[in-house]
Structure formats: structure tokens, C-alpha cells
Design a protein around this ligand. Sequence first.
Ligand SMILES: Cc1cc2nc3c(=O)[nH]c(=O)nc-3n(C[C@H](O)[C@H](O)[C@H](O)COP(=O)(O)O)c2cc1C
Length: 216
Amino acid sequence: MLDLTPDDLLTTTRSVRKRLDFDRPVSRELISECLEVAFQAPNGSNMNSWRWVVVDDPERVAAAAGIYNAGLDDYIASLGDAVGESYMGAQVPRYEMIGESVAHLRENMHRSPALLIPLFAGRTEEASVFFQASLWGSVIQATWSFFLALRARGLGSAWTTGHLFREKEMAELLGIPLDLYTQVGLFPIAYTIGTDFRAAYRKPVSEVVGWNQFEV
Ligand SMILES: Cc1cc2nc3c(=O)[nH]c(=O)nc-3n(C[C@H](O)[C@H](O)[C@H](O)COP(=O)(O)O)c2cc1C
């Protein structure tokens, strides 16, 4: 375990892409341990109706990475002219660094020692906001806890959703019943190269918090 305070852990668990060690294997025992920690997160009525697919067969990892890359191509195509300086995220400090980092993960995702795909039971396409919030809210927190558990042990991941443009292809690859389960994202699992990470830019409380009422 790394020597991190709770606030260190919470403020330095990053989306790691350039500093994932794609050459160092990660054991199933360690992944299972992180998942057991993550499963302590809250979930609606404690139904545990989530499912978790871990891919560690190199051929299957490579196939999943191919779907991720194709999904990101779909995403970029969907943006039309809203790319480069027009991209909605382009005003964020260090935006150009994110692009480089995303490209690095794209080029190396197929080398990940393992990939995680969390699933929740149900589909939200026709669901009310209550059900959408309940379903997503019953898996996102455990997924983030998994990131924290990785970080505490010198490993890391990157939150990615790009492959969901091709959710069906991933479902077919992994035998997921698409009509019954929703995929949350695709998360590489690897040791990090070094363990020193810093807090990143976020808008401050003064800009995004309203006290007793909504504030723009
Ligand atoms: C919902 C969501 C979807 C994301 N999708 C992708 C993705 O498909 N590919 C990728 O490389 N990063 C993806 N990211 C990672 C973000 O780009 C990253 O969290 C952001 O740059 C901030 O980095 P930081 O959390 O390390 O500060 C995603 C993050 C979130 C929360």
C-alpha cells in the first residue's frame, strides 16, 4: 500500500494514460482484491445487480482495444466541425495535454495487462430520470472506488467511454446480453510508472457551488 492520506488518495487519483506500465503483468488476485474493496460502495437496495467483466486474455484485450479505437473514431466523426479550437473542452487549462494522452492510450490499449468492463442490469433508453439515476448511481461509485483501490496499491486506470459508440460489438465479443445489461465504460488496469501524481485543474467552489439556491 502506498503511504497516502485519504485526501492525497482522493485528489491524486488521475486518469492515467501515459504512465500506465503496459509491460508489467497484474495478477488476478490483485484485481479481485481491488474489486472486493470497490464492492463496498453503495448500490440501490443493496441488490448487487452489477456484473463485472475482467479481460486478461491478450487476444481478447487486443480485440476490445480495436473496438475502443473504432468507437473513438465514431465519436470524432460525430463531432463534425466541433474539433480543435472549437471542441467544447478546448478552453480547459492543459487541454492540449489531454489530446496527447488520449492518443497514447489509443496506441497502447491493446497492450493493457487487463481491462475492466462494469455492467448494470437494465437499460436506460426508455427509463425515467429516477431509474436512470438509480441504475447509473448503483455502479459508478463502485467503479470509482476500484480506481481508488488501484491507486492505493500503485496501479492506475483511465476512465473511458469511447467504445460505447460500438457497445454492441463489445457485447458480442464478451458474450454480454445487450438487451439486459448496460456497459459503464472500458478501464485499462496496469501498474503506474512511478506513483507520484498531483491534483489537477478543476473549477473552484466559488464558480460552481450555489448556497441555498442555484447560481449560474
Ligand atoms: C465519463 C467520462 C468519459 C471519458 N472518456 C474517455 C475516453 O473515452 N478516452 C480517454 O482517453 N479518456 C476519457 N475520459 C478521461 C477524461 O478525459 C479525464 O478524466 C480528464 O481528462 C481529466 O483527467 P483527470 O481526471 O486525470 O484530471 C473520460 C472521463 C469521463 C469521466
